[in-house]
Design a protein. Structure first.
Length: 757
C-alpha cells in the first residue's frame, strides 16, 4: 500500500468521531494512547464546515473551510504535525455526493438569490424546469403567507425576507415596492423568486433537487462537472499537497453520477495516496476495477458473523421465532414489501421524477411507465449498476437482463422492456440512466437497512449494514475460500466490524451470535420476558426484537441502559414503519414498547441465569471475532472505544463519547475490554513487524465450531497459527479459549501502553 514516505507503512487505523465536544485538540490529546495501542493511522469523520449544530459532519455547508467548531485550519495543522511526529498519519472522510440543503449554506444561498444565473447553480443537482422548491414551511404555503408577518431587511449579500423564523435570500431588485402589511405584496414578492416555498410534509412527493437517500435537507452535488469537482475538493487537495493527509475515505460512492470517472479524477489529483470507498457489496459482488485500495470493509464483518454462527442453532432460533410470531416468508420477501413501502412513501418523489423522464423519452403512457419503473426498482438486487455511456460491463448487462426477467408480470412487458432499454440498451437515455442508478442505491439502503432489517427479527446479529439474513452460514472451508480471494483481490481494503453506521457494535453482535450456540438459553430468556409486566401489550415480533436488544446492550454498572434501550426501540419502531414512522410518529403506539424496554432494563439490572450463559458465550465469541479479524489482510479499522468492550446499538447510541482519559490511565474496566486491548496490542505489533505475512501470506483454515477452529497464515518459513476453542471448552474467561503461536519469527516487544510525550 503506497503511503506518505515520511510515515511507516500503515498497520491499523482508529476511527474517531469529531464534534459533540471532540475537536482537533481532543484528538491530539489521545495520540500517545493510540500510539500505545499500535495505531498508526487516525481516521477522522468529516472536517469541513458543516451545518450549525451538526452532530456528525456529513451535512457539509462550506467545503472550502475546515470547521472552526473543530479548531479550524490552524488546529488541524497542529494535529497533523503532532500525529506525524508519532508516526501516525491522518485519514480524512470526504463527502462528494451531497451538501446541506440549508439557507446558511453559502453556495446554496447564492443560488437562492440568483437562480440559474448563480455561479453555483450548476454545482447542485437541481431541476430548473420550475422554481427550486424549498420544503421548509411548517404549514401549507397559502396559510403561512396569509397569517405570518414578514419583513425585508438588509443582509450581508443583499436583501433578505424574514418569514416564520426563516431568512430567505431575495433576487436583486425584487424587494422594491414590498409592503409587509399586505398579503398580496408578500405573495408577489415570493412569486418573483427563483425559489418556491412549500410545506415540508405535503411536498415530499415532489422535489426539484436530488437528495441523499430520502433526506430532503441534503442536496446532491454535481461532482461529475470538472469545475464543481475542483471547487468542492480544493481544500482536500490543499491538505494533501501540504503533506497533512495520509489517506481518504470516500463517503457513499454509489450516490455519484459516475463513480469510476470520479475516482479516476480523484486519483489523478492525489497520486499514490491511499483511497478507500464506502461501498456495500451484495452477495458475491466484487468491487469494480477502480483505482482505490478497496472498500471500508463491511463485507469482512459479514463474513466473520456468518463463520461464527452455529447453523443448527440458528435453525432452532428461526423455528422458535416463527412459532412465536407467525412470521412467514424469507428476508427477500420482507425486502420486496419494504421496497414497495419506500416507493409509495419516502421515495415517491424519486419515482415521480423517473416516471416523468421515462415517459418523455419513450412517449408511452405515464401510468404504465410508472408501473414499469417501480417493478424494475423492486426487482433490482444490488445497490447499483455502473453504466456510464461507454462500453457496458458484461456484469451490468446481465444484471439488468435478470432484473427485467424478475419484473415480468408486474408491468406491461413492452413498457418494461422500453424502460429497461433506457438504462442498458442501445437506446439508453443518459439522464434517466444516471438517475435510475442513483435511485437503486437509495432504495436498497432505505428498504434493506432501514426497514426490512427492523421487521425480519429472527436473529439480529445478521441484520447489519452489508449483510443479508438469507445468506447461509459459512463453513470453515468456505471462509478459507473467501479469505484467499481477499488476499488475491483486496489485500489493502479496510477491515471493520464496528463503525458510526453499524447497527450493533461488534461485541453486541457477538452476544446475538451466541444465541445460535445456546438456543435453549435464549428460549429461557424469551420465556422469562413474557412474565414481565406489560409484555402482552407489545407486538410479539417487536417483543422478540426488544429482548435481543436488551441482551446486546446490557453492561454492568450502567445507569443509562433504560434510556438508551428505550431510545433505540423507538428508532427501531419508526424504521420498521409498521405502526409508526419518523415523519408521522404515533407516540401512543410506541409507548407500550418503550415502557417494556425500560422495565427489562430495570428488572434485569442483574441478568437472569440464561442471559449469563449467553453473555459468557458472547465474550468468548468476541475474542474469536477480534483475533480472526486481525489475521485478515488489509487495514484493520478500530472504531472509537472498540478496543474496550463495545455494546452500542444504532446511532446516536454508537456515537456516545469515549472516556479516553480513563482508558489511558486505568485501562478498560471489564475483563473483556482488558482482554481485547491486550490482544490488539499484541497483534498490531506482529502486523507492524511482519506486514508481508499479513498482506500476502497463505491462509489455511480447518476444524469446526463444535470441535474448535484454527487459522494459519504463512510466508517464507514464517507461520502464525490461531487456535480457537469451542465456547463449551473455554473456562468462561475472555480470551482463555484462544492460542496464537508464531513460528520462524521473533515476536516484537510491545511498546509502552501509553508512551511518554
Amino acid at each position: 500500500m503506497s503511503d506518505d514516505p515520511s510515515l511507516p507503512p500503515a498497520t491499523a487505523s482508529y476511527r474517531l468521531q469529531l464534534r459533540n465536544g471532540v475537536g482537533f485538540a481532543e484528538a491530539e490529546a489521545i495520540l500517545p494512547y493510540l500510539s500505545g495501542l499500535g495505531i498508526d493511522r487516525l481516521f477522522l469523520s468529516p472536517i469541513q464546515t458543516a451545518r450549525d449544530g451538526s452532530t456528525h459532519g456529513y451535512d457539509i455547508a462550506d467545503p472550502t473551510q475546515i470547521d472552526p467548531v473543530l479548531g479550524g485550519r490552524e488546529g488541524f495543522s497542529r494535529l497533523a504535525a503532532a500525529a506525524k511526529a508519532r508516526g501516525i498519519g491522518l485519514i480524512l472522510d470526504i463527502v462528494p455526493n451531497h451538501m446541506a440543503f440549508d439557507l446558511n449554506t453559502p453556495w446554496l444561498a447564492d443560488v437562492l438569490r440568483h437562480g440559474q444565473d448563480s455561479r453555483y447553480a450548476r454545482h447542485f443537482d437541481i431541476d430548473w424546469s420550475d422554481a427550486l422548491r424549498l420544503p421548509i414551511l411548517a404549514a401549507p404555503h397559502d396559510e403561512v403567507l396569509e397569517s405570518t408577518e414578514a419583513e425585508v431587511v438588509a443582509g450581508p449579500d443583499g436583501p433578505v425576507l424574514r418569514l416564520e423564523g426563516l431568512e430567505l435570500p431575495l433576487a436583486p431588485g425584487s424587494e422594491e415596492g414590498f409592503r409587509a402589511d399586505r398579503a398580496g405584496a408578500l405573495q408577489a414578492l415570493v412569486e418573483a423568486q427563483p425559489w418556491a416555498l412549500r410545506h415540508w410534509k405535503t411536498e415530499r412527493r415532489r422535489l426539484s433537487h436530488r437528495r441523499f437517500f430520502n433526506v430532503t435537507d441534503l442536496i446532491g452535488v454535481r461532482v461529475e462537472d470538472p469545475q464543481v469537482f475542483d471547487d468542492t475538493h480544493a481544500l482536500i487537495f490543499e491538505l494533501v499537497a501540504a503533506g497533512e493527509v495520509a489517506g481518504l475515505r470516500v463517503d457513499h460512492i454509489d450516490g455519484l453520477a459516475d463513480p469510476a470517472a470520479y475516482l479516476r479524477a480523484l486519483r489523478a489529483r492525489v497520486g499514490d495516496l491511499p483511497v478507500w470507498v464506502e461501498k456495500i457489496l451484495t452477495g458475491d459482488e466484487a468491487l469494480r476495477d477502480w483505482p482505490v485500495q478497496g472498500t471500508t470493509g463491511y463485507e469482512a464483518a459479514r463474513a466473520l458473523a456468518r463463520l461464527l454462527t452455529d447453523a443448527g442453532g440458528l435453525a432452532r432460533i428461526e423455528a422458535a421465532w416463527r412459532r412465536a410470531t407467525g412470521y412467514e416468508g424469507d428476508f427477500a420477501a420482507t425486502l420486496a414489501r419494504a421496497k414497495r413501502v419506500m416507493l409509495d412513501g419516502d421515495l415517491a418523489a424519486e419515482v415521480a421524477a423517473l416516471t416523468g423522464m421515462a415517459a418523455t423519452a419513450t412517449g408511452l403512457p405515464a401510468e404504465q411507465v410508472k408501473a414499469a419503473v417501480r417493478a424494475l426498482l423492486i426487482a433490482f438486487p444490488r445497490y447499483r449498476t455502473y453504466f456510464d455511456g461507454g462500453a457496458p460491463h458484461p456484469e451490468d448487462r446481465v444484471l439488468m437482463i435478470e432484473t427485467e426477467a424478475r419484473a415480468t408480470g408486474h408491468a406491461d412487458a413492452g413498457v418494461l422492456a422500453a424502460v429497461a432499454r433506457l438504462v442498458a440498451g442501445p437506446q439508453d437515455d443518459p439522464m434517466f440512466r444516471t438517475r435510475f442508478q442513483q435511485v437503486t442505491g437509495a432504495l436498497t439502503a432505505k428498504s434493506h437497512e432501514d426497514t426490512a432489517e427492523f421487521r425480519f427479527n429472527r436473529c439480529l446479529a445478521h441484520n447489519e449494514v452489508g449483510a443479508d439474513p438469507d445468506e447461509p452460514v459459512l463453513t470453515p472451508a468456505e471462509f478459507q475460500h473467501w479469505f484467499r480471494d481477499r488476499i488475491a483481490h483486496a489485500p489493502d481494503a479496510m477491515v471493520l466490524t464496528s463503525s458510526h453506521d453499524t447497527k450493533r457494535a461488534e461485541d453486541a453482535r457477538m452476544r446475538l451470535v451466541a444465541m445460535t450456540h445456546d438456543p435453549v438459553a435464549f428460549a429461557e430468556l424469551w420465556q422469562a420476558a413474557q412474565d414481565l409486566p406489560g409484555a402482552a401489550d407489545v407486538p410479539v415480533n417487536m417483543r422478540w426484537y426488544a429482548v435481543q436488544s436488551w441482551l446486546a446492550i446490557w453492561e454492568p454498572d450502567r445507569d443509562d441502559l433504560a434510556d438508551r434501550l428505550a431510545a433505540h426501540l423507538q428508532k427501531a419502531l419508526r424504521e420498521a414503519k409498521e405502526i409508526t414512522t419518523h415523519a408521522e410518529p404515533d407516540e401512543a403506539a410506541e409507548a407500550p414498547v418503550l415502557a417494556f424496554g425500560r422495565r427489562m432494563a430495570d428488572r434485569w439490572a442483574r441478568p437472569p441465569a440464561p442471559a449469563d450463559r449467553l453473555i459468557a458465550v458472547g465474550a468468548h465469541l468476541s475474542m474469536a471475532h477480534l483475533a480472526l479479524r486481525l489475521m485478515l489482510p488489509g487495514l484493520p479499522d478500530i472504531y472509537q472505544g472498540g478496543e474496550d468492550a463495545a455494546f452500542h446499538l444504532t446511532d446516536p447510541d454508537n456515537r456516545l463519547p469515549v472516556d479516553f482519559a480513563r482508558l489511558a490511565e486505568e485501562g478498560p474496566a471489564s475483563e473483556l475490554g482488558r482482554a481485547k486491548t491486550a490482544l490488539i496490542r499484541r497483534m498490531l505489533a506482529l502486523r507492524a513487524a511482519e506486514p508481508r505475512l499479513f498482506r500476502s501470506g497463505e491462509a489455511a483454515m480447518g476444524g469446526s465450531l463444535a470441535e474448535g477452529l484454527w487459522l494459519e497464515r504463512s510466508l517464507g518459513g514464517r507461520r502464525l497459527r490461531l487456535q480457537i476453542a469451542p465456547p463449551a471448552r473455554s473456562d468462561g474467561r475472555p480470551g482463555a479459549g484462544l492460542e496464537i503461536a508464531a513460528t520462524g519469527m521473533v515476536e516484537p516487544s510491545l511498546r509502552p501502553a501509553v508512551p511518554t510525550t
